[in-house]
Design a protein around this ligand. Structure first.
Ligand SMILES: N[C@@H](CCOP(=O)(O)O)C(=O)O
Length: 420
């Protein structure tokens, strides 16, 4: 295993771990895979599906050989993350217009978001280096996940959260898991900039996705989808984009599967951003090669409130390798799609529903054919943002097309029979 800079290609041994190259570029982790045999590994991964209460019962560590083969088991901090459902829904198929739509519910992870797939690896790696104090800046999902794993590892977590436009549920979850929460005036982007300058002096292990071990763990999301589908992926994978770690990991995971011979065909990737926080989509759709940061990102899908995504160069590589596309959707489109994901019984937080809204838009624009199949990655649980539920269903100013309001009635047989 070695670290390779995505900007200048300089290589470093994995033991000299850092978050950035001397040139300022982020690192990729590159494994030595020459000795790996796909057919043999498929059997190993299949056999591990019956593991219980061992690290290999985790939907991340099941794929340890492709993620972090060198890590000694004693350092693994796991809550058996991953193992999340892959669902189909006729309601959502008719909404998007596709022949087949699957939903990968990363919302079912132990802390309620896809961050757990990467965080188990980052915290385990930090432990192996002797760290006990972990940190991140976050709109709330990364912080909840970190706080949970740091406590499981009997360590401490220090998290920085913007003082506005984030979900109180997530901050409360982070506090409850025992993190020291520091609220600051600024955005996620300001928090990342602070770390880039001061991480060394603080002596904290950073668990944001500028840490390449987070990306290694998040690759397991697409490994799991592929394994459940007997190593045949749908035509498209649709994914929301904020910090862009998810699409980066998706692209890296797909390359692993293709290069090693697990899959024959790489699906195309559709990356969906919220209109008010869409610097990456702006760059791609305007044919630019440099990202222009959005100084005041705002979307009601608070997990996507990011104007300067650190992983944009890695994300661009995913698009290039998969003939990918991008689009943006409005907050109302996101919230209506979310109402249907919730009504389908699967449920998700607003950011996740950008995928369903984006798929519908791309089908209507005939960029995705209605006969093509798609999987949408749902990133967070519906209870991550209960204010969004309240505003949509009970809010006086709600414009929700799929509102479901509470009815009041006196408890008499006549009344109730009339309502049913
Ligand atoms: N929405 C994210 C933003 C943080 O991204 P990361 O990829 O650096 O962890 C959050 O939950 O904080």
């Amino acid at each position: 295993m070695k670290l390779v800079c995505v900007d200048c290609n300089k290589e470093y041994p994995a033991e000299s771990f850092d978050y950035q190259c001397v040139c300022g570029g982020l690192f990729d982790i590159v494994h030595d895979t020459k000795h790996l045999d796909a057919e043999q590994l498929k059997r190993v991964f299949h056999d591990r599906l019956s593991e219980r209460m061992t690290p290999y019962a985790s939907g991340v560590w099941r794929y340890k050989e492709l993620i972090f083969p060198e890590l000694a088991e004693e350092f693994i901090t796991t809550k058996y993350e991953g193992n999340t459902g892959l669902y189909s829904s006729e309601l959502l198929q008719s909404y998007t217009g596709n022949r087949k739509v699957l939903l990968k519910a990363q919302s079912e992870n132990p802390s309620g978001s896809f961050k757990d797939n990467g965080m188990t690896v980052a915290v385990s790696h930090g432990r192996s280096l002797g760290y006990k104090r972990f940190t991140c800046t976050s709109t709330g999902n990364t912080s909840s996940s970190l706080a949970m794993y740091a406590s499981m590892a009997q360590g401490e977590s220090y998290v920085f959260v913007p003082n506005k436009n984030i979900s109180l549920n997530k901050v409360l979850q982070t506090l409850a898991y025992g993190a020291r929460v520091i609220s600051f005036d600024g955005t996620y982007d300001d928090g990342i900039r602070f770390y880039e300058q001061h991480s060394k002096e603080l002596g904290l292990y950073i668990c944001n996705s500028i840490n390449p071990f987070r990306i290694e763990g998040q690759k397991s999301i697409v490994y799991e989808i592929a394994q459940y589908l007997n190593w045949n992926l749908p035509d498209w994978v649709v994914i929301p984009g904020g910090a862009l770690s998810n699409v980066t990991a998706l692209g890296k995971g797909l390359q692993d599967l293709k290069t090693l011979g697990f899959i024959e065909k790489v699906p195309r990737v559709a990356l969906v951003q919220a209109e008010g926080a869409s610097p990456f989509h702006q760059m791609v759709s305007k044919g630019r090669t440099q990202l222009i940061p959005e100084p005041h990102p705002y979307t009601r899908a608070s997990a996507l409130n990011i104007g300067n995504p650190p992983s944009w160069k890695k994300a661009l590589r995913t698009l290039e390798e998969t003939r990918g596309v991008t689009c943006s959707v409005t907050d109302q489109e996101i919230l209506d799609a979310k109402a249907l994901v919730d009504k389908s019984g699967i449920g998700c937080e607003p950011a996740s529903a950008a995928t369903v809204a984006g798929l519908r838009k791309l089908v209507s624009q005939q960029i995705i054919d209605k006969d093509e199949t798609a999987v949408c990655i749902l990133t967070g649980n519906m209870l991550k943002d209960t204010d969004a539920l309240h505003e949509y269903h009970l809010g006086e100013t709600s414009k929700g097309a799929f509102r479901n309001t509470i009815q009041s009635a006196e408890l008499s047989l006549e009344n109730i029979a009339r309502l049913l």
